[in-house]
Structures are given as structure tokens and as C-alpha cells.
Design a protein around this ligand. Sequence first.
Ligand code: ACO
Length: 337
Amino acid sequence: MIGSSNGVGVSITGLGAHVPERVMTNDELSTMMDTSDEWIMERTGIRERRIAAPEEALSDLALPAAKESLEDAGVAAADLDLVIVATVTPDMAFPATGAILADQLGAENAAAYDLSAGCTGFMYAVAQAYGMLAGGLGQRALVVGGDILSRILDWSDRSTAVLFGDGVGAVVLERVAEGGFLGFELGADGSGGQQLYLLAGGSRTPATAESVAERLHFVQMNGREVFKFATRVLVSSAEAVLAECGRTIDDVDVYVPHQANVRIIEYATEKLGIPEDKVVIDVDRYGNTSSGSIPLALADAKREGRLQPGRLVLMTGMGAGLTWGSGLIEWTDGGRG
Ligand code: ACO
């Protein structure tokens, strides 16, 4: 799916983020499994990640991020028309964490649900919220992206356990008079689904004593294949959305790629021809937080003063599905339309 704005301005007017307090370093990981800081840094650029406390569920991390984004936008929860939580680790299968969060926020006038598109979930959710607001279904949406991947990692599998972390980001989307999203490109290739999956707990393989004993409730990944896929789509999706919106890579001021691995980001950045100083990287501090990755990076960029009104921001996510998605936005300073 690809398209550019139909002339109705919709922008991100508020940003929030929340990560668990507990920091897990590579050195700590190397006391738990056969790995090392040197290996992890060289292959991924990840130095440390955050791990949720045992009693924390996704909505517990989402609530402070959502509140911060609403405050940043100056929007009351009761004025939200839509709440989407993009995640693969909801509090439970149902009710949706979106509905749980909407209730906790007091967003009593909002439709609320979860969206599952792997690490691309946040980009899919933003595009969906954009479409609903641009189409006139509502005025204000809250999009939360985040995961507690530590709950679905096999801590005896060094090839996946070292890559991921927990965290949540949130954005408020509103109609604006000028600027905002210029377009999106989203895609999926289900034939690659077996490269990154979690088998048990659904209708195909329900939870049983055997499924637990066989460790089927944990993430399985073919790292090399995902690496190839990631480097390919980060480039092709970015180029597609830029072309669709009549912009070039030189027009981009800030590039926010999915934070999976510094090597993947460096490869894409070089292929696209984006100077290093335009790239936002925080995977070194958070690891891969799945749907939390892009909004956490946006929040970091904002804190550093990099998201000024008028700047062109390119975001691309990719992940399980396999899926990918890009969005191009001319940053605005709030400004209700
Ligand atoms: N510590 C030490 N050694 C390790 C570790 C570890 N944590 N993990 C694997 N190894 C070993 C392997 O066993 C292998 O040893 P062998 O040669 O004796 O068999 C060796 O290191 C090399 O393994 P490779 O898998 O070939 O290593 P590679 O260079 O491909 O790097 C990595 C692995 C980092 C996983 C890389 O493939 C990658 O980044 N892939 C993309 C993963 C990703 O980003 N996934 C998420 C994207 S989608 C989403 O966000 C959900």
C-alpha cells in the first residue's frame, strides 16, 4: 500500500516515552549465557537494554508514555476519538490492551484496540490513525507502540536473547492546518513469516503442558534471513515513500529507522545516502523494543531538539510478518487545524 496525503493535514502533536527502570548490560547477559559484550557490540551495537519488572505488564508501561504524549499535545484523554496499541505482547489475548489503556486514561469517547504487525506495528498504527483522521472519522488519536519482549524471549537462546528490550512510546495525532504526514508506504510478505515467529498460544498450537515443555512460547528467528530482509526493505520502502511524495533523500532532515541493530541501520543509511548526523540511533541503550522502537527514538530526537517545525522526518519500520512500513512527515509544532 502506498499513498500521499490527500491535502488534509494530520500531524504528530504530542510525544511520550517510558522504559522500565531496570538496566541489563551485555556484561550481565554474559553471566547468564555464553556471550560477551564484545560479540554483542560488534554484531549489533547494543550496549544495554531495559527489562520490565515481573509485576509490570504492557499497559503499565504504556500509561505513563500515553499521559506524557497527551500532556505534550495539550489534549485531554476524554477528547480522544481513537486509541491504538501496536504490540505483540499485550497484557493478555483479550480484552485489547488498547481498551484497558483507554479506560485507565479516561478516554471514554474513543474506539480502542490493538494492532499486530510485529516491529512494524507502530508504523501501521500511525498510518491507520492518519487515515481515520484524514477521512473525517475523528479529530484526535493516541497511537502507542511498545512491547515487553523479555516475556517472550528464550533466555537460554543467545542468538535472540541479546537483541531485544522492553519499552513503549506514544504519539498523539491531530488534524493540523499545515504540514504533517505527506505519505506512507506499507507492505507485507507472509511467505517470510517462518523467519521470525512465536508458535504457541494461538489457535494453531494452543498452550498445553507439551507446548511449554518444548519452549514453543518463545521467539524463534532466523537472524541471517531477517538481516537480509531488513537491509533490503529499509532502503526500498524509504525510496518508495519519498518518490510517492515527490521528495528526495536530500530533503530528509531526520531519519528514524527501526532500531534493530546498528549494522542494519548503517547499511541502510549508506545505501540511501543519508549523512550520519541526520540518523537517530538509540538501539545502543534500549536494544530492539519492537513497536516501541520508532516512537522511543522520536522522543529521544525531540529531547535533543532535533524535531523542529518544518523539518522532514522519515521513519521506516520492519519486522515479523514479514512486514515493513514508512512514513514521511513535515514536523509541526502542535497547531490544531
Ligand atoms: N554471543 C556469542 N556468539 C553468538 C551469539 C551471542 N549472543 N549469538 C550467536 N552467536 C554465534 C553463533 O552461534 C555463530 O557461531 P558458529 O559460527 O560457531 O555457529 C556465530 O555467533 C555467528 O552467528 P551468526 O548468526 O552468523 O551471526 P551474524 O553475524 O549473522 O549476527 C545477528 C547475528 C546479530 C542476529 C544478525 O543476524 C542480525 O542482526 N540479524 C537481524 C536480527 C534482527 O534484527 N531481528 C529483528 C528484526 S525484526 C524485528 O525487529 C522483530
